[in-house]
Design a protein around this ligand. Structure first.
Ligand code: SF4
Ligand code: SF4
Length: 487
C-alpha cells in the first residue's frame, strides 16, 4: 500500500497550502467524503446542521494531503479546499515597465488522482490561466476542475455556449498573452475543426485535449475509444504540421499536458492531447513536482524594435516571434494567406511560402518532438506498435507471446503526430511483422503500412470502442506475424 493511502503511515509534508472547509448547512450527511478520504481526516460530527444531518468535521488535519477527493466526491458541494495563495510571484514585464502578479499552482506531492483532473493540474502547473470549454463526457471533469481552481489562481474559466466559441475563446486568450486550453471529446473536436485551422494559420500556442470516446457522431458519450486519431492530423482543411501526444496513465495526463504547453509555445501552434475515456476516468497515483522543478517553455517575445518587427517573419527555426498586444508593436493577423507583416496576400508565391513553413516547422523539428517508448525492439521478430490505453492492453499479450518463445518487442508512440516515419521504416527492415492494436477500425495502422512498404507484414487489430481489445486477439496476431502471415 502506498503511504499516502494508509493513514497509519506517517508522512512528512510541508505545511498544507490551505485548509479543508465544510459548509455544514449544505451537507446531507451521506458520509461520502468520510468514506472516500484516503487518510481518515474526516469524521462525522456529533452536532446537527439545520437540515438535521451530522456534517463531517476535520479531525486529523495533519494527515491531510490536500488531494481534493472530498471536494470532488461531495454531491452537494458542501466541502471544499480553500487555498492560501501565499506563493504569489511577481513577474517583471520590461517593455511595459509593469509588474504582473502570478499565482503558481500550489499542488505538489503524491496524489490518488483521476486522469482528467491530472490533465487539468498539468495545465495549471504549466501556467495555463485561461480555460474555455463546453462540457462533454468523458472530458467534463477537466472543465469542472478548472472552474474550481482557476479563479483561485486569478485565472479565467469560461463555459462557452458551444465548442466553436470555446476554441475561438482560447485562441483569443492566447493571442492576448495567456496560456490557454480547451478540453472536449469527438463531437466537440468536429465542431472546433475550422477554428483549429485558424489557430494553425495564425500560429497560436494553445492546448486542445481530446478525451476520446466511441464515435462517429454522438456515439458512446460515457464510454471510450481512439476514434479521432486522424482528426488530430487532418481534421481541419488544408496542410499544416500537427503535434499530438497520447497519455497512457494518469501520471502522463499530467506530464504530457505540461509537455503539450511547452511544444505549443516553442513551435507556436495548438497542440493535441489525445487521451481516451479510460485514461481520463481512471484514478491512479500521480506525482506532482513543485512548479519550480518543472521545465516550462515561455512565450518567445521579440527583442526587435517596433520598426524592425514583422509578426510572421521566421528565423532559421521557422517559428516567428510574438509581440504582445499593447507593447507598441504594430501587427496584423488573419486566417487568410498572409505575408510576413500579417497582411493578406493572395499570391501563389505567398501561399506556397506560408503553407510550406507551417508544415516544415514541425517536420524540421520532428526529432525533438517525437517521443517513443521502446522495449525489446532490437532483437524482435514482431513488434507491437501501440499508443495510449492500447499499450496497456498489449502488455499482457506481449508477455504471453514471449512465454510461447516468440521474440516480441513493443513500440509505444507517446508522440503520434508527427508520425515517427524514420524509426518505423528502420524497424520494418528488421522484423517479420508489426501488430497494431487500436480502439478504432484502423487509423494509425495505415501510417504503419505506409512507412513499412513491403518490408514486413502489418496486422491491424481494430475495435470500435466501448469495450477493450481481447488479449487473445493480440496474441493470435503476434503469433501469425511471427510466422510471416499477413492478417
Ligand atoms: S483533501 Fe484528501 S486527504 Fe484531505 S480531507 Fe479531503 S479527501 Fe481527505
Ligand atoms: S460528501 Fe458532502 S453531503 Fe456527504 S457528508 Fe460529506 S460534506 Fe456532507
Amino acid at each position: 500500500m502506498q503511504p499516502y493511502g494508509n493513514p497509519k503511515v506517517k508522512i512528512k509534508h510541508k505545511k498544507l497550502p490551505g485548509r479543508v472547509v465544510v459548509i455544514a448547512d449544505r451537507c446531507k450527511g451521506c458520509d461520502y467524503c468520510i468514506d472516500y478520504c484516503p487518510r481518515d481526516v474526516l469524521v462525522r460530527s456529533e452536532g446537527f446542521n439545520t437540515k438535521g444531518y451530522h456534517p463531517p468535521k476535520v479531525a486529523n488535519e495533519d494527515a491531510c494531503t490536500f488531494c481534493g477527493l472530498c471536494e470532488r466526491i461531495c454531491p452537494d458541494f458542501a466541502i471544499y479546499l480553500e487555498h492560501e495563495n501565499t506563493q504569489r510571484i511577481t513577474i517583471q514585464e520590461p517593455r511595459r515597465k509593469q509588474n504582473i502578479e502570478f499565482f503558481p499552482s500550489p499542488l505538489r506531492g503524491e496524489f490518488f488522482m483521476q486522469g482528467d483532473i491530472a490533465c487539468a493540474e498539468g495545465a495549471l502547473a504549466a501556467g495555463c490561466r485561461f480555460f474555455g470549454a463546453y462540457p462533454i463526457t468523458p472530458a467534463s471533469e477537466i472543465a469542472e476542475h478548472m472552474s474550481v481552481v482557476l479563479p483561485r489562481l486569478k485565472g479565467v474559466f469560461i463555459q462557452f455556449e458551444d465548442e466553436i466559441a470555446s476554441i475561438a475563446g482560447i485562441l483569443g486568450a492566447s493571442w492576448a498573452g495567456r496560456k490557454s486550453m480547451t478540453a472536449t471529446s469527438g463531437p466537440g473536436i468536429s465542431l472546433m475543426n475550422e477554428n483549429i485551422g485558424l489557430g494553425m494559420m495564425m500560429e497560436v500556442p494553445a492546448v486542445i485535449v481530446n478525451v476520446q470516446r466511441g464515435s462517429p457522431s454522438t456515439g458512446l458519450p460515457t464510454s471510450w475509444g481512439q476514434s479521432d486519431m486522424m482528426q488530430a492530423r487532418w481534421g481541419s482543411h488544408g496542410d499544416y504540421g500537427s503535434i499530438a501526444l497520447c497519455p497512457k496513465s494518469c501520471q502522463e495526463m499530467f506530464d504530457l499536458t505540461v509537455m503539450a504547453f511547452n511544444y505549443s509555445e516553442k513551435y507556436r501552434l495548438p497542440v493535441f492531447i489525445m487521451s481516451d475515456g479510460i485514461v481520463g476516468h481512471m484514478t491512479e497515483k500521480v506525482v506532482i513536482p513543485p512548479v519550480e522543478k518543472l521545465k516550462l517553455v515561455e512565450r518567445k517575445y521579440t527583442r526587435k524594435t517596433a520598426d524592425k518587427y514583422k509578426p510572421y517573419e521566421a528565423g532559421p527555426d521557422l517559428v516567428p516571434e510574438f509581440a504582445k498586444a499593447g507593447d507598441g508593436y504594430r501587427y496584423h493577423t488573419t486566417g487568410l494567406t498572409h505575408d510576413e507583416r500579417g497582411y493578406p496576400d493572395m499570391s501563389e508565391e505567398a501561399h506556397q511560402k506560408l503553407v510550406n513553413r507551417l508544415v516544415n516547422k514541425i517536420k524540421a523539428h520532428a526529432d525533438d518532438i517525437i517521443i517513443l517508448e521502446e522495449k525489446d525492439t532490437e532483437k524482435a521478430d514482431v513488434i507491437v506498435i501501440s499508443y495510449g490505453i492500447t499499450s496497456r492492453l498489449s502488455a499482457p499479450a506481449i508477455a504471453i507471446a514471449k512465454k510461447k518463445g516468440i521474440k516480441v518487442g513493443s513500440l509505444r508512440l507517446v508522440t503520434v503526430w508527427p508520425f515517427p516515419e524514420k524509426r518505423i521504416r528502420e524497424l520494418s527492415k528488421r522484423v517479420s511483422g508489426f501488430v497494431v492494436p487500436e480502439m478504432n477500425l484502423g487509423q494509425i495502422v495505415l501510417e504503419v503500412e505506409r512507412c513499412s512498404g513491403k518490408n514486413c507484414t502489418v496486422a491491424g487489430i481494430g475495435h470500435a470502442g466501448g469495450g477493450i481489445i481481447r488479449t487473445e486477439d493480440i496474441v493470435k496476431a503476434i503469433t501469425e506475424a511471427a510466422h510471416g502471415k499477413k492478417k
